[in-house]
Design a protein around this ligand. Structure first.
Ligand SMILES: [Zn+2]
Length: 224
């Protein structure tokens, strides 16, 4: 359980933050939104810097998630019912994507969705921010410039990944709409590992390491 210190910005450490930032971005939950959303204190500047990548992340998630679960189908409908700006964004992204059948790792078709490249900058920006925010939420420490965050794309939830994170803590938000696992090394607190599952349809992961630490020495977290 988080102690949730509220006197500094969870991202940059500035004193007296004036806003609270949702992690993950609240837009990825269709309304009615769950009442157990996680927030961290944030200064106005850190909060505002996230809005564009969060918006793109939400739009891609609604497209890639398909419409075969209650929450992904609501997310999809609400993207289309949204503001003209959101509808235009949705349509523009849709034009660059191909309809595909969604399959489980064993090849069973479970629905229809859209395949195609995500805007990787927006994806990675949102995932990195979530890692930094959740680190603060759970450990009450600002990572700031002390660490680099490495983000991994995960096309599926591979068994090896589940095994690698089996000892990690697991939390769920919104009745399983967002599930995550995390842990940090007991002797190296800046080394942490994160695994995110969105609507049981999209996965991402990441690691933190001190800035002076080399890439080769990172703990392996699947193929990214
Ligand atoms: Zn800040």
């Amino acid at each position: 359980m988080s102690r949730g210190r509220a006197d500094i910005c969870g991202y940059c450490g500035t004193l007296s933050p004036t806003t609270r930032d949702h992690i993950p971005p609240k837009g990825i939950f269709p309304s009615p939104r769950p009442d157990d959303l996680i927030t961290v204190p944030s200064c106005a500047s850190c909060n505002q810097s996230a809005s564009r990548s969060d918006e793109l992340f939400r739009a891609y998630l609604s497209l890639h998630g398909g419409v075969d679960t209650a929450s992904t189908s609501r997310l999809w409908d609400q993207a289309l019912d949204g503001t003209p700006h959101n509808r235009r964004l949705h349509r523009r992204l849709l034009e660059g994507l191909e309809p595909v059948w969604l399959t489980t790792p064993s090849g069973v078709i479970h629905g229809r969705g859209y395949g195609g490249p995500w805007d990787s900058d927006a994806h990675d920006t949102t995932i990195e921010r979530m890692i930094r925010g959740l680190y603060f939420h759970h450990y009450d420490e600002v990572l700031g410039t002390r660490v680099r965050v490495k983000v991994h794309w995960l096309r599926s939830l591979e068994p090896t990944l589940l095994e690698a994170t089996a000892e990690c803590d697991q939390r769920s938000v919104g009745g399983g709409q967002f599930v995550y696992r995390f842990g940090r090394a007991s002797d190296h607190a800046l080394h942490s590992i994160w695994l995110f599952e969105f609507h049981k349809r999209h996965w991402a992961g990441g690691q933190t390491a001190p800035v002076e630490f080399s890439d080769e020495a990172h703990v392996q977290l699947g193929s990214g």
